[in-house]
Structures are given as structure tokens and as C-alpha cells.
Design a protein around this ligand. Structure first.
Ligand code: ADP
Length: 656
């Protein structure tokens, strides 16, 4: 008895401690009463004064302590539980006696009598505010995530070892045209297997390999592949994912997204197609232009060749000589037009390859000015130089193209100048660059038309004047200058004159290259042919070209010209008569000029004979190819007699 009492007393003290503790509150309600009995220290912490050891809240006044937003749900749940249940658990916001609300979890047992009437409902209550807040934050962040994923239109997939396999979000299926209900789609089958079957057969192995590699060594999982759609088409998917590993580095899950990139792929395909078409069109244009250039140069060779013959013919009257000069001028104009069109199309196609070498601008200016002087003299136009201390400055440019630029500006300054006018070539320093001004005292350019000046083939009305031109020069000039890293501009006052300027980056720390190309003036200073005989074999199939060259060289009897109108005969003649030099056309029947040259290079009998190409294939790449193949020189048609003589003279000097 004593023991039992002791036990009771220990138990009592234990309950006492529990009641005093602040973590839980105890409550009890007997249906016949209006009071809910609250016991325990917990209630006190919430501001509910306990009487001796308990406090009472009235059922009829519960609505005053429970948050209005939770009240309806509380009543509904309570009614349901009281009706049939034996356990209740719900969360409600309860008013703190000091104001404000906290989240309360009510966990209770329903005790029923034999007739199932409730005798008592009792349980515990505890504060779940922080848990509730955490859950709400989690829910909000999940909702935000879902909103982002929904708006990105991406599907999500996940593989978790623990959850047994793959899961695809509805969006993944919707991208393929299905209504998106995963389970209905699969009919119990493994999701990954179903997905694999839908992958395009050509992409399946790649998909598999990416997955295996990623799981093995974390290589990037980012691939594009096709998946069959419900309607029988293909959906392009960009899949990106990342696996997650446990402490031992074993992949335990992987998640990622599927982005529908079908539209993007179609656009890409259209772009590729459009690009291919554009490239094909541009190649066709280049082919057309180069064959046009070749076809026009061939008759021009005869026209300009005979003009040169006439110029040497003392039997012709002055009037006939004048007519020949007119024909030659027209022929040269046509040739210029061909060159300009070729240049323009090569620049537009990005095929103009320009070198960047240190070039002494004053030297090129001098060459151009010397070249243009006779033209200026005819119209009594004076040429002034204003180089100051900048005559020694090198710029970075392509020497040939820089010369083309300067020549165009200077010849315009002379062409569009007035009689007895002035052309000034000036050098000026500009930041990191050298600026060249070509100023004239000509008619200037109307303000209203200045914007059109760089338009190709636009001569701003000069076409109705006697001044020759194609209207392409400035357009080419500006593109060349820009391609060489420079700038170009002009100012013009109608009636007073214009100043065109170009800048080029200065080659401050670059070593100037040794200049190898001979200037026109230097060509003219070349040694003459001398009196010793020079045996020349000309391999050419075009009779008119043969006739014109024969007549051009008639004035040089020391040149013994032999002709072969096809390459095999040419090789035979070369073997038998061993000429000093072979002039070779390129477009020959049965075997072209390159093949014939190769033949000669491999034949010990012919190896030492220099071969000069004489061709209407006049594109820079033709010339480069010719030089690389081993031609001694590559001359283009129409043949310029002084140039040909200079080459022959060089050969003679070299051969002696
Ligand atoms: P082209 O001289 O062959 O006609 P350009 O492209 O060099 O072609 O020049 C285009 C046009 O700009 C010329 O036809 C001419 O009307 C005008 N132009 C060019 N340079 C000058 C200049 N220095 N003075 C006046 N007009 C010029």
C-alpha cells in the first residue's frame, strides 16, 4: 500500500511537471458543457491566464479567438470528426491575448460511450507557427518554380534511384502532341523505354552515349535530338540535365529539362539553305564574271594589239593614226570597265585578299603623279606637293591597292579639274594614321548629289560630258581603304573644287619590306632587246591573237617568232628547235597551259626553257596560280607591248 502510494506520488509529480511545461497545452471538452478546459503552462505563454491550474474558454465564444479565415474550415472539420471519427487534428490561427495570431495544431481523441455518443474530446495543442511559415514559404517557392517552368514552356524530367525510375512532366508529353497524362501514355511500361522508342533511330545511339558518359564522368549533358510526335512528325528537343551523386560518387538521381527547339531548327535549316543558295548564286556570279572577263579580253587583245601595231606604222596618215588612237581609247575604257566590275564583285564577295605591309606613301604618290603628269600637262594643270616632314612615313597597307586608291583620286582630280587648274597632294598626320589629301580646283560636286558619290556606276551627270569614266572608281576606292583599316571622306564646294582624303594606319614599329615589284617607270628603263637573235615559240590556238602578236613584234627583227596552234605541236617544236623562250596561252585545246608547262618541267630536254604565260585569265588568283606553277612571268591579255618587251629583255639579260 505504501509502495502504491509512493508510486502515485511519483506519477503525480511527473504529471505536474508535464502540465507546467510550456511546449504543450492540454484541453478537454465535454459535449454537455459550454466550456473547453485548458490546462498546462503552454496556455500561459500565450497569454491565457490559468486559474488555479486551468482556464476555460467558452465554445460559444470560440469564434472570437479563431481567425475568421479559418473559422469556417474549423467548424466543418470538427463537425465531420464529431459525427463519425475518433481522432481530430487540425491547424487554425488563434488570437493571442496580446493581439496578433499564432498557428495552433489541435490534436485530440474522441471518447465515445457504448451508444457511440461522445463523452469527452481531449487532446494537446502546440504552436506550429514557424513550421507553418516554413511550409508556406516552401509552397510559394514551388509555385514560383512552377510558374517559371510553365512560362519557359520546358518540360522537366527526373530520374531517382530511390523512387524507381524516370518521371517526365506533362509538358514533356505535350511537346510531342499528347494530352500530357503520363500514366495514361505509358500503360504501365517503363517511361525511359517508351521515350527511347520515340527517339529518331539516327539519334538514339547518341542520346544513349551522352547519358552513359554523363553518368560516368559528369561530362556535359546537353544534346539536341528528334522525338516522334503523335501526329507522325518529329519534334526537336534540346535536353539538358545534371546528375546528383551520393557520398561515394554514385549517381543517385538526375534531373533536367526538355526544350522544344523545332521552330529554331527549322529556321536554322532555312538559314543554312538560304546561305547555300546565296553561296551558289555568288559562285555562279563569280564564274559568270570571270568567263565574261575572259571572253571580253580575247577580242580586246586583237583590238588593242592592232592599235599598237598601227601606232608603229609610219605608212598610216595622221587621220588614220587618230582613228587608231580613238579605237585604242575605247578599248582601254572597256578594259577598265571589266577590271572595275571584277574588283567590285570580288570586294562584295569578300574575295579580295589584301596584304598589310609597310608602304612609303610618298613614293607611291610620286609614281602616281609622274604617271598622271602627261594628262595634266595637256590641260596645263599644275601639280603641287605638300608632304612636309611626313614624306618618310610608312603606313600599313597593300602596296598595289594603295596605289590604285591614290591613282583614282589623283586622276579624278585632274579629270574633273578646270583648264590651268591646280592639284595638291598633301600629307598630314592624324592620330595613329597618315592622311593623304588630294585637292583640286575643279567644278566641285553639287551639294544635293554628294550623298550619291560612292554609289557604283553613278557618275552624277558626268556621263553626259566628254570626261571618261565608269562611275565605279570611288566606290571601289572606299571599300579598299576600309578593308585596309583606313577611312575615306571628302569635302567639296561647287564651282571651287574638292578635296578627297584617305587615312591609313601608320606602320610605326614595322620594318619596311624590300619592295620587289618594278614600277612602270622602272619597266621603261629596262635594257632593250639588243641585236642578238631571240628565238620565241608562241603556243596559241586563237588565229587572231597569233596574227596580232606577229605584227606587234615585226618591228623587232631580232625576235624570231615560231608559232604552234596547239600544245602537242608546241612541245614537238620546243624539242626540235629549242627556243630561248616560250610564250604560252592558257586555254588551249586538249591540254591547257598549266599541263603543258608541267610536261616541259618534267622533260629533261625542255626543263631549262623559260615559259611566259600570255592569258586572258586575268584574275589575281589566276596570276598567283601561274606564278606558283613556275611560269617565268604571267602576262595578261590584252598584251601590252612595252610589258612584253621588258620581260623578253630581262630574259635575254638573264640568259647571257
Ligand atoms: P568616274 O570618274 O569613273 O566616273 P568615280 O567613281 O571615280 O567614277 O567618281 C564618281 C563620280 O564622282 C564622277 O563621275 C564624278 O561625277 C564625281 N567626282 C569624282 N571625283 C571628283 C572630283 N575630284 N571633282 C568633281 N567630281 C568628282
Amino acid at each position: 500500500m505504501q509502495d502504491f502510494k509512493e508510486f502515485q506520488s511519483v506519477e503525480f509529480q511527473c504529471y505536474q511537471r508535464l502540465l507546467k511545461a510550456e511546449g504543450f497545452g492540454f484541453w478537454e471538452w465535454v459535449p454537455e458543457e459550454d466550456a473547453v478546459h485548458l490546462r498546462g503552462g503552454f496556455w500561459r505563454t500565450l497569454g491565457y491566464e490559468l486559474g488555479d491550474s486551468e482556464s476555460v474558454v467558452r465554445v460559444s465564444r470560440l469564434g472570437e479567438v479563431i481567425h475568421s479565415e479559418d473559422w469556417h474550415g474549423f467548424l466543418k472539420t470538427t463537425a465531420r470528426v464529431l459525427g463519425r471519427g475518433h481522432r481530430m487534428q487540425q491547424r487554425v490561427r488563434v488570437r493571442h491575448s496580446q493581439g496578433g495570431y499564432f498557428w495552433l495544431c489541435l490534436d485530440g481523441e474522441i471518447t465515445r460511450r457504448r451508444d457511440l455518443q461522445i463523452s469527452c474530446v481531449s487532446g494537446i495543442a502546440f504552436d506550429v507557427s514557424s513550421q507553418q511559415e516554413l511550409e508556406q514559404r516552401l509552397q510559394k517557392s514551388e509555385e514560383r518554380l512552377m510558374r517559371i517552368l510553365d512560362s519557359s514552356n520546358d518540360g522537366i524530367w527526373e530520374w531517382t534511384e530511390a523512387l524507381g525510375g524516370f518521371h517526365f512532366s506533362d509538358r514533356c508529353w505535350q511537346q510531342l502532341g499528347y494530352d500530357g497524362h503520363d500514366d495514361a501514355m505509358l500503360m504501365g511500361r517503363n517511361r525511359l523505354e517508351v521515350w527511347r522508342e520515340l527517339i529518331h533511330p539516327e539519334d538514339r545511339a547518341r542520346f544513349h552515349q551522352h547519358l552513359v558518359d554523363h553518368l560516368k564522368d559528369d561530362s556535359t549533358f546537353d544534346l539536341e535530338y528528334r522525338v516522334a510526335t503523335k501526329s507522325g512528325g518529329w519534334c526537336w528537343i534540346r535536353a539538358r540535365g545534371q546528375c546528383h551523386r551520393d557520398g561515394q560518387g554514385r549517381a543517385v538521381s538526375m534531373s533536367g529539362t526538355n526544350m522544344d527547339i523545332t521552330e529554331l531548327k527549322h529556321t536554322e535549316e532555312r538559314l543554312v539553305f538560304a546561305r547555300e543558295e546565296a553561296v551558289a548564286a555568288s559562285q555562279a556570279k563569280s564564274r559568270f564574271l570571270s568567263s565574261m572577263s575572259h571572253e571580253l579580253r580575247t577580242p580586246l587583245n586583237a583590238i588593242l594589239g592592232y592599235c599598237q601595231v598601227f601606232a608603229m606604222d609610219s605608212a598610216l596618215s595622221e587621220q588614220q593614226q587618230q582613228s587608231a588612237r580613238e579605237i585604242r581609247k575605247a578599248g582601254n575604257h572597256l578594259l577598265q570597265l571589266i577590271n572595275d566590275v571584277m574588283d567590285l564583285s570580288r570586294i562584295e564577295a569578300g574575295q579580295m585578299s589584301l596584304s598589310q605591309e609597310p608602304v612609303l606613301v610618298s613614293r607611291l604618290l610620286e609614281e602616281c603623279l609622274t604617271w598622271i603628269k602627261p594628262l595634266a600637262d595637256v590641260r596645263r594643270i599644275r601639280i603641287l606637293r605638300d608632304y612636309g616632314v611626313l614624306g618618310e612615313i610608312y603606313v600599313l597597307a597593300d602596296a598595289t591597292r594603295l596605289k590604285q586608291v591614290l591613282l583614282n583620286l589623283i586622276s579624278n582630280a585632274v579629270k574633273y579639274n578646270r583648264e590651268s587648274g591646280l592639284v595638291t597632294a598633301r600629307l598630314q598626320a592624324s592620330t595613329g594614321a597618315l592622311r593623304v589629301d588630294i585637292e583640286d580646283t575643279g567644278r566641285g560636286i553639287e551639294e544635293a548629289r554628294q550623298a550619291e558619290i560612292f554609289e557604283p556606276f553613278n557618275r552624277l551627270g558626268a556621263e553626259s560630258s566628254a570626261i571618261e569614266g565608269t562611275g565605279v572608281g570611288l566606290s571601289i576606292t572606299r571599300q579598299l581603304v576600309n578593308s585596309m583599316g583606313g577611312e575615306m571622306g571628302f569635302r567639296s564646294t561647287p564651282g571651287k573644287g574638292s578635296c578627297f582624303w584617305v587615312t591609313f594606319p601608320s606602320a610605326a614599329d614595322q620594318e619596311p619590306a624590300v619592295e620587289q615589284n618594278l614600277s612602270d617607270a622602272e619597266i621603261e628603263q629596262q635594257p632593250g632587246l639588243g641585236d642578238a637573235p631571240l628565238r620565241v615559240l608562241y603556243i596559241e590556238d586563237n588565229p587572231s591573237n597569233i596574227r596580232v602578236l606577229k605584227q606587234m613584234l615585226e618591228a623587232w627583227p631580232q625576235v624570231r617568232l615560231e608559232v604552234a596552234d596547239e600544245p602537242f605541236y608546241g612541245l614537238y617544236l620546243a624539242r626540235t628547235s629549242r627556243p630561248d623562250v616560250v610564250l604560252m596561252d592558257i586555254n588551249l585545246p586538249r591540254m591547257d597551259g598549266f599541263e603543258t608547262l608541267l610536261f616541259m618541267q618534267q622533260d629533261p630536254c625542255l626543263q631549262g626553257i623559260p615559259v611566259v604565260a600570255l592569258s586572258a585569265n586575268a584574275l589575281p588568283q589566276d596570276i598567283e596560280r601561274g606564278k606558283a606553277a613556275g611560269f617565268f612571268e604571267y602576262l595578261t591579255k590584252p598584251v601590252e607591248l612595252p610589258q612584253l618587251l621588258a620581260v623578253l629583255a630581262r630574259l635575254k639579260v638573264g640568259g647571257q
